[in-house]
Design a protein around this ligand. Structure first.
Ligand code: FAD
Length: 420
């Protein structure tokens, strides 16, 4: 798989999926000197846009649609990028190096970049015809939620991951009556440590969100609309139901084309799939992460953007291996959470700052090594934490816990004294 790429500066690069990753790949390719055609096909009607505000400022009505666009739509033509919205690719024909579109057209490529993202995992129990059942992935999803997003309405959110909790924060501040249901015994169970889960449970509860963990949804009941959510703990009346139970990578095009797929499109460190003329980036792709010594599929803006840059370099014949230390953020109420690293495998957590003042960082240690940090309203600590995690820095827990101790000093050469 790790073939050194050839140097097709004049080739036709066809990108399927006009989201954060696809758009970045197109723009960077052109800016880095690609002289051939660049076609960017997206099956949505909008130009590429940023998804993070969808569950934050856009849902809250604080941001206009055009503020979400990665670039004004005219910018693509100016860069010589042929951006085509409402174009759905249904098949890859590797033999002829073509893709088939839903409208029957075929387009040729020299290099194909798959940037197809993912789609929300559906709740089997939900009737897709019920108009008050909503998922949160696209601009149209949020626009479709507006009519139900009225003060006083009873919103039930299934799933206490980031998207569910961000939606809960916006909804309760907008005057809805909000209930969050979670199967696990705590919120953010898949991504955060116990301390952080407990913190967010306290915050949401104190703002009036009704939070039910250890709760299984057994069924939904309704007529024209869903009216009741039936759970193992009883039934809950609902005017608007939001489902946030995860993402399924859009890897079917690759699978049917015979590329390696492990749930996501399998790539090497250069973003190449098992066919070196086809690359994959963003939410739809998994990559071998040298830092963690295993394959990762990430769902973040950082991943979409950085992997897109690697793919652009690969197409241009340059080697720029992709090996990120993941970082992510989430905004809920006035709290800015910034996370770096993966905390799985930690054997100790250290809190720096004050959880009661909503200003702290959780350091995850394996032995003495800092493997991940979650910072709430501590952007300076987060900036330093990114470097500390990337450098596999060791530290004494009591130093990390002491806000007077300068984290910067950990970049100094380590002596036995610092570690004792
Ligand atoms: P997408 O942005 O999903 O783009 C893929 C595009 O390809 C879509 O437009 C899709 O319709 C299109 N497509 C799929 N199949 C085809 C086809 N066959 N033919 C043509 N087009 C196709 N990340 C953060 O880092 N921080 C956050 O705070 C954060 N908040 C988020 C909040 C929400 C509500 C959501 C939904 C995501 C959030 N994310 C956040 C995640 C981040 O937005 C994604 O990781 C990122 O958008 C992935 O980019 P992508 O280009 O891989 O996929």
């Amino acid at each position: 798989m790790s073939n050194t790429p050839s140097q097709p500066r004049h080739s036709h690069v066809l990108i399927v999926g006009a989201g954060q990753a696809g758009s970045e790949a197109a723009v960077v390719l052109r800016q880095a000197g690609h002289e051939g055609l660049i076609t960017l096909l997206g099956n949505e009607t909008h130009p590429p846009y940023r998804r993070p505000p969808l569950s934050k400022d856009y849902l809250a009505g604080k941001s206009q649609q055009q503020n979400l666009f990665v670039k004004p739509v005219e910018a693509y033509a100016k860069l010589g990028i042929d951006f085509q919205p409402s174009r759905h690719v249904v098949e890859i024909d590797r033999t002829h190096k073509q893709v088939n579109l839903a409208d029957g057209e075929r387009l040729s490529y020299d290099k194909l970049i798959l940037a197809t993202g993912g789609r929300p995992r559906r709740l089997e129990l939900a009737d897709s015809e019920w108009p008050n059942v909503h998922y949160i992935r696209t601009l149209d999803d949020i626009d479709g939620l507006r009519a139900d997003f009225a003060p006083g309405n009873r919103m039930v959110i299934i799933g206490a991951g980031y998207i569910g909790l961000e939606t809960a924060a916006v909804a309760i501040q907008h005057g809805l009556d909000v209930t969050v249901l979670e199967t696990a015994n705590r919120v953010l169970a898949r991504v955060a440590a116990v301390e952080l889960s407990a913190f967010y449970e306290r915050i949401h509860t104190s703002r009036g969100v009704k939070l039910h963990t250890d709760t299984q949804v057994l069924g939904l009941d309704g007529d024209q609309r869903v009216r009741q959510v039936l759970t193992n703990k009883g039934s809950i009346p609902v005017d608007v139901l939001v489902i946030g139970i995860g993402l399924i990578p859009n890897a079917e095009l690759a699978l049917v084309a015979g590329l390696d797929v492990d749930g996501a499109v399998v790539t090497d460190e250069l973003a190449q799939t098992s066919d070196p003329d086809i690359l994959a980036i963003g939410d739809c792709a998994s990559h071998p992460n040298e830092f963690y010594g295993r394959r990762l599929r990430l769902e973040s803006v950082q991943n979409a953007v950085e992997q897109a840059r690697t793919a652009a370099s690969t197409v241009l014949g340059q080697i720029k291996s992709y090996n990120p230390v993941p970082w992510f953020w989430s905004d809920q109420y006035e709290l800015q959470l910034q996370m770096v690293g993966l905390s799985q495998g930690h054997d100790q957590t250290v809190i720096r700052g004050s959880m009661t003042d909503n200003n702290f960082a959780v350091f995850y240690l394996r032995g003495t090594q800092i493997i991940a940090v979650d910072a709430v309203n501590r952007p300076q600590d987060f900036l330093l934490a990114k470097r500390l995690v990337a450098a596999r820095t060791s530290a004494k827990p009591e130093n990390l816990a002491d806000v007077a101790f300068p984290l910067k000093s950990l970049f100094a050469p380590i002596t036995t004294d610092t570690l004792e």
